[in-house]
Ligand binder design. Structure first.
Ligand SMILES: *Cc1c(COP(=O)(O)O)cnc(C)c1O
Length: 350
């Protein structure tokens, strides 16, 4: 800290992402996809010409908005692209979730949510997950200024059925309800088809997880045009060109390779199910997951110690020193080979 810092900078409590080590290890700590992006994406990026880079990119990513709208059978005016879904979420917090009454999210969830609340001075309340880490939709307080949760939830991997999401939307018609679908492609049902019927719904997705493009930084909000308009106002008061030329072209190509996408997610899901079974056999408590990670508690429950021992062996996973989940490790699903190596080491350590 120095005397030159603003009050805002002094007060910030930044989000701490999982580490990105140089000499990689087996990296199972930030839920990236273990497989490379579609070859079509690589080609599209390589085909970008110098003249395109000389100029500013299309400010609203129009071609991408059309491609994604087509893919999800909605209107381009219902698509809001951003520089990763974290940026999209930040704009949602500022443009839609900053209200008189407190925002509500689960007590165990994506830890960036309280960080944006602090940044934008948004009051919030947490909703305790049930004993078995489910979102109890009936327990959401009536008097709220907005609701946000990931589906499946992070870091539990627990999915919420579409019927429950419909219940939230019907029960809180005066609140914006944001469903953060970062992991939806690994086993949950998307709420995008509900957009037509619910003017208070925002669905957020990313290319970072199931489409192997965390490095490209592309995410979306999907909602009725009136809500998207609020996000465009925030975005155009912050950065007119959040998606560069590579991101726009690569993202369009990602949606053109459905076969590759289906294959990647199927492989990750198959590996997850195998690993879950194997860890249960080793005596681990394994939460059922619809995401590309598992939240598991080792026999004895000393997750922090196991984290350290895995690290010594060159395997990086994630441990959260937070109430209720500190006896768990979050393990991203790696390639078949990485899963096998992990399992071998865990057997040795047990
Ligand atoms: C990974 C993740 C994001 C952010 O993804 P980016 O698009 O890479 O910014 C958002 N929400 C949740 C719950 C995530 O796990």
């Amino acid at each position: 800290m120095s005397r030159f810092w603003s009050d805002t900078a002094r007060r910030l409590v930044p989000y701490v992402p999982g580490e990105q080590p140089r000499e990689t290890l087996i990296k199972l700590n930030t839920n990236e996809c273990p497989y490379p992006p579609s070859p079509r994406v690589m080609r599209a990026i390589q085909e970008v010409g110098g003249d395109e880079l000389r100029r500013y990119p299309n400010p609203e990513s129009d071609a991408l908005r059309c491609a994604v709208a087509d893919y999800h059978r909605i209107e381009p005016s219902q698509v809001f692209p951003g520089n990763g879904s974290d940026e999209v979420l930040a704009h949602i917090f500022q443009g839609l979730l900053k209200q008189q009454r407190p925002l509500v999210f689960p007590d165990i969830t994506y830890s960036f949510y309280p960080v944006w609340c602090a940044l934008y001075d948004i009051d919030y309340e947490t909703l305790p997950l049930t004993e078995d880490f489910r979102i109890d939709v009936g327990a959401i307080p009536r008097d709220n200024g907005g609701i946000i949760f990931p589906n499946p939830n992070a870091p539990t991997g627990c999915p919420l059925p579409l019927a429950e999401i419909r219940r939230v939307l019907l029960g809180h018609p005066d609140s914006v309800v944001v469903v953060d679908e970062a992991y939806v492609d690994f086993g949950a049902e998307s709420a995008i088809p509900l957009i037509r019927d619910f003017p208070n719904l925002v669905v957020v997705q990313t290319l970072s997880k199931a489409r192997s493009l965390a490095g490209l930084r592309v995410g979306f909000a999907f909602a009725q045009a009136e809500l998207v308009e609020a996000l465009l106002r925030v975005k155009n008061s912050f950065n007119s060109y959040p998606l560069d030329v590579f991101a726009q072209r690569g993202a369009v190509a990602a949606y053109q390779d459905e076969a590759y996408f289906q294959e990647c997610r199927a492989r990750v899901i198959a590996s997850r199910e195998q690993l879950a079974l194997a860890l249960s056999d080793l005596g681990y408590d394994v939460l059922p997951s619809a995401a590309n990670f598992l939240l598991v508690s080792p026999p004895g429950g000393d997750a922090a110690a196991l984290f350290g021992r895995l690290r010594e062996r060159g395997i990086l996973v994630r441990h959260f020193s937070r109430p209720r989940i500190d006896r768990f490790l979050r393990i991203s699903i790696g390639s078949e080979e990485e899963c096998a190596t992990l399992l071998g080491v865990l057997k040795e350590l047990s």
